[in-house]
Ligand binder design. Structure first.
Ligand SMILES: Cc1cc2nc3c(=O)[nH]c(=O)nc-3n(C[C@H](O)[C@H](O)[C@H](O)COP(=O)(O)O)c2cc1C
Length: 173
């Protein structure tokens, strides 16, 4: 049976939650799925499709995800591949915000083009940040309130729409 990989980077845990949820949705659809941090992935052999996710910090996906895509670019270019990011720009889901979060995929796109990308609003939980970040962000707390904006229905829909792509053959890089 074909097996899919969902690998993610995270700092405060919300991207991991989104990745685990995607895994649950795909397993419920009858697929075999491994979900793990990118740092734990040693080998892509045995996977027939890959989903890679990262939060956005300071306008960028996390460096370990970029390193991962670089290191495995040749293999990834032959597999059905999708990227997702988790951000707070989509707290306010406007066309402008969509354009911004889409541009965050560009550093990944130039290494390995995906079949699909998805961007989702995440969470801000100050208790999960280290003390330096809490201090630095304290004066912005009005603009960046604490909260949970994850739209699980949107994540489910994106994942299910991905299903036929992940199960298909990759014809172009
Ligand atoms: C220090 C810091 C910087 C961030 N920078 C951005 C940013 O540039 N753009 C954005 O949309 N969200 C930004 N966010 C919001 C995160 O993407 C959001 O909180 C996400 O859910 C975090 O994912 P994680 O829990 O997997 O680490 C930032 C959050 C923190 C704590």
């Amino acid at each position: 049976m074909q097996k899919l990989l969902i690998a993610y980077a995270t700092r405060a845990g919300s991207t991991a939650q989104v990745a685990e949820f995607m895994g649950k949705v795909l397993r419920e659809a009858g697929l075999q799925v491994d979900v793990m941090p990118v740092k734990q992935v040693r080998d892509l052999s045995g996977y027939s499709g890959v989903i890679l996710g990262s939060p956005i910090r300071m306008g960028s996906v996390l460096p370990e995800l970029i390193r991962f895509v670089k290191a495995h670019a040749q293999t990834l270019s032959r597999l059905p591949l999708a990227y997702f990011n988790v951000n707070l720009t989509l707290m306010d889901d406007t066309p402008e915000a969509r354009a911004i979060v889409d541009s965050y995929f560009n550093p990944l796109r130039v290494i390995c083009a995906p079949l699909r990308v998805g961007a989702f609003a995440g969470k801000m939980d100050y208790a999960r940040l280290n003390s330096l970040l809490r201090f630095l962000l304290a004066r912005d707390r009005d603009q960046i309130p604490e909260g949970d904006w994850i739209d699980w229905q949107a994540v489910r829909q994106w994942t299910l729409e991905l299903l036929p792509l992940l199960q298909g053959e990759r014809t172009s890089a």
